[in-house]
Design a protein around this ligand. Structure first.
Ligand SMILES: C[S@@+](CC[C@H](N)C(=O)[O-])C[C@H]1O[C@@H](n2cnc3c(N)ncnc32)[C@H](O)[C@@H]1O
Length: 203
């Protein structure tokens, strides 16, 4: 994050730092986050215990979200949902439960290791279409208007080019579609030294 580096260089440095952090956290998230994670985190944020009971424990224990997008909106049965930065996939599976057998729930994440347990759990999933892909929020591999609802939980704060990520989110939503984001918000100015610290961008 030197002054002379290009913004694409900065974006790549941040992506590398994010991948390095989440590669380590993918095995066992407990101890890597300053807030409750896993089942306790989800219950504390108001996730329905019945949802957690229907989803693989390996997925539930990897939940590291900072909020509950389903407190903002719920997808209707049959809808197509995109979970951007799905991590271990809890929100992707909750969306799959809510949209049911006629719906589709897709999780994307930058860190392949975060997707491994989610993909394993999807092999035994019988409720409806759920899939996981490695991709970046800034370059979503989907057609315009592919989704009714896009959700994201604790991810966009980690993205260097937020304008591009939001523009991608709006591009892949159908006209009149819904975006539900849970994230960390900055409430005071960030010191220049922190802004220049690549590790701070991935924390
Ligand atoms: C705090 S975790 C949240 C994971 C998940 N949403 C949850 O609630 O458990 C942040 C996730 O965002 C992913 N991520 C960070 N930057 C990303 C980007 N530019 N594109 C896609 N995923 C990204 C990380 O790999 C990590 O899995």
């Amino acid at each position: 994050m030197t002054d002379g580096s290009s913004s694409s260089g900065q974006a790549e440095s941040i992506r590398a730092a994010v991948r390095a952090k989440y590669r380590v956290a993918a095995d066992a998230p407990a101890g890597h986050f300053p807030y409750p994670v896993g089942r306790a985190g989800a219950l504390g944020l108001g996730y329905d215990p019945a949802w957690l009971g229907a989803i693989s424990e390996a997925v539930v224990e990897r939940f590291v979200g900072v909020g509950n997008p389903f407190a903002l909106t719920r997808p209707r049965p049959g809808a197509a949902v995109l979970d951007v930065g799905c991590g271990g996939g809890l929100d992707t599976f909750v969306a799959a439960l809510l949209v049911g057998p006629g719906g589709r729930s897709v999780g994307i994440d930058l860190t392949p290791e975060m997707l491994t347990p989610a993909r394993a759990a999807s092999a035994g999933w019988r409720v409806g279409g759920v899939e996981f892909r490695e991709a970046a929020a800034e370059e979503l591999p989907f057609a315009d208007g592919a989704f009714d609802l896009a959700i994201s939980n604790g991810v966009l704060n980690l993205v260097f080019d937020k304008e591009r990520a939001y523009s991608e989110l709006f591009r892949v939503l159908k006209p009149g579609g819904t975006l539900a984001v849970a994230d960390l918000l900055v409430v005071e100015e960030i010191p220049a030294a922190v802004l220049a610290d690549v590790d701070a961008w991935s924390t």
